[in-house]
Write a protein that binds this ligand. Structure first.
Ligand code: KG4
Ligand code: ZN
Length: 337
């Protein structure tokens, strides 16, 4: 066989993700999530996540190998998310990856979680055009990146100054009485509402930066609901959901296309859990078509946190001839891109 088989381990949040990749070919992508344990707290509880990773790690690696029909001895390299993410959660994945690399006698690659979200698209859509713009939107991050080369040159253009986009979805869902995580519920509810019913504020809309702000919007929605509730009115949940969602995706797609124009880039990638949002996909497609930009969105299972994305980036680093990490690499909860 020509290309190395890479084991990827992802534990930056609540998902224990294990992926196996050969070049741009996905061999397995297995996930154990502790989301059910967090749901009753209305958010991810870091220590609960760390303990869940510790229990799920070895069984998830074994099930990924079984799914791919591979044995430990087939693994040529181990890649792991070294950051950013929850410190304790990252430590479990990094420690496990070091143990596997040492035990198997193969190189270790500590990778950046955001770059991995970008690299994963190559498993579905092939080589990423150089350069591309990437919009990464999830519960933990919202970033706009210029990507000349995912293996060695990823530049942050901007990120959220307060809440992540998914966090805003989750918080607004909570005030609407929808279950956690709220993004998919808002998406569903919005289909029977109107995005123009209520004019919610769009933070940093025309400030000339590529940063985002969603906390003002979240507060505006909460105040709007409080005022109606105090007046004894029923809340038009679908209209609130649709109007809130429209405000978020309007800003996200507007800034993403402004970045494409500014840097003269013709390929836009959207990743992260919020990339599953149907209105985000539709508006992004509409605006990309109008601007002559090609849109790439990986399928939902590759958008949310997973191990295949880490393996995909590891694979890319090996192909680019990047040196492996030392066995004493730290986990860095605020690892810069
Ligand atoms: O990438 P992800 O699985 O985990 C991280 O946060 O890193 O993203 C989860 C986030 C949650 O905030 C969830 O509400 C949001 O993605 N999400 C959505 C949709 N599906 C998931 N937000 C809006 N619309 C959706 N359809
Ligand atoms: Zn993520």
């Amino acid at each position: 066989r020509d290309e190395p088989i890479v084991l990827g381990i992802e534990t930056s949040c609540d998902e224990t993700g294990v992926g196996l990749v050969r070049g741009h070919t996905l061999l397995a992508n297995t996930i154990a999530s502790s989301m059910e344990e967090h749901a009753r707290f209305g958010g991810v509880v870091p220590e609960v996540a760390s303990r869940a990773h510790l229990e799920a790690m070895a069984p998830t690696v074994e099930s990924a190998l079984a799914k791919a029909g591979l044995r430990f001895s087939d693994i040529d390299a181990v890649a792991v998310t070294a950051g950013p993410g929850l410190a304790g959660a990252l430590l479990v994945g990094v420690a496990a990856a070091k143990a596997y690399a040492l035990g198997l006698g193969v190189p270790l690659y500590g990778v950046n979680h955001l770059a991995a979200h970008v690299a994963v698209d190559q498993l579905e859509h092939g080589p990423l055009p150089k350069p591309s713009i990437a919009l990464l939107v999830s519960g933990g991050h919202s970033s706009l990146l210029l990507v000349p080369d995912v293996a060695q040159d990823v530049i942050s253009l901007g990120s959220t100054v307060d809440d992540a986009a998914g966090e805003a979805f989750d918080k607004v869902a909570r005030v609407l009485g929808l279950p956690f995580p709220g993004g998919p519920h808002i998406d569903r509810s919005a289909t029977s509402g109107s995005g123009t019913a209520i004019a919610f504020p769009r933070g940093k809309y025309d400030d000339g930066t590529f940063d985002f702000s969603f906390s003002g919007l979240k507060t505006a929605v909460a105040r709007w609901i409080e005022a109606r509730t105090a007046a004894g009115e029923t809340i038009p949940v679908a209209d609130v959901a649709a109007s809130f969602q429209e405000a978020v995706v309007d800003v996200l797609t507007r800034k993403a296309l402004q970045a494409c124009r500014r840097y003269d880039v013709k390929d836009l990638l959207i990743g992260g859990g919020v990339a599953a949002n149907s209105r985000l996909r539709a508006l992004a497609q509409e605006r990309c078509d109008a601007a002559g930009v090609r849109l790439r969105v990986p399928r939902p299972g590759l958008c949310t946190d997973n191990g295949a994305m880490v393996a995909a980036l590891g694979s890319e680093l090996i192909a680019a001839g990047i040196q492996p990490s030392a066995l004493d690499i730290p986990a860095d909860s605020s690892l810069p891109i």
